[in-house]
Write a protein that binds this ligand. Structure first.
Ligand SMILES: [Zn+2]
Length: 150
């Protein structure tokens, strides 16, 4: 017998942004945070920048075009907020959240960004090689590609 949807999904309050988000009752580990918050925690912007720079990673040119457009829009929005006198850090946080929501709600983008985060081992703490790689990448991003986020 197929269970009605309402019985398999719970609603939880995100510890990051306090919004309600769905969690599946069968999940072994119940996340504390909603999808966009988890993307932000896991430095998804690094993954997005990596995806745009390493042209071979995305196999579909359409997907890359969509991602590039998102980043360009985010960049424009961030610059506008700064020009309007908004605190840069606050402006960036709201742009970052908006981008996280957009990516999370797009199945294709969500999948590829999550996969990239995993592959880059952005979260790998304690692994000396991964740490070094992360440091190098961060330095590179700060130097060059932060043009749109900084
Ligand atoms: Zn959240």
């Amino acid at each position: 017998m197929v269970k009605p949807l309402i019985q398999t999904w719970d609603t939880k309050k995100c510890t990051g942004c306090m919004s309600d988000f769905p969690v599946h009752k069968d999940w072994q580990t119940q996340p504390l945070q909603c999808g966009p918050c988890r993307l932000i925690t896991r430095k998804f912007v690094d993954a997005v920048e990596y995806l745009l720079r390493e042209s071979c990673v995305i196999s579909h040119p359409e997907t890359k075009k969509v991602l590039l457009k998102l980043v360009q829009d985010a960049s424009a929005l961030y610059r506008k907020k700064k020009l309007d006198g908004e605190d840069p850090r606050r402006a960036w946080r709201s742009v970052e959240r908006k981008l996280a929501h957009t990516i999370w709600s797009d199945k294709t983008l969500r999948k590829i960004v999550l996969l990239t985060i995993k592959e880059l081992k952005i979260q790998a703490h304690g692994d000396a090689r991964a740490d070094k790689r992360n440091q190098k990448r961060s330095a590179r991003l700060l130097n060059g590609t932060r043009r749109w986020s900084g």
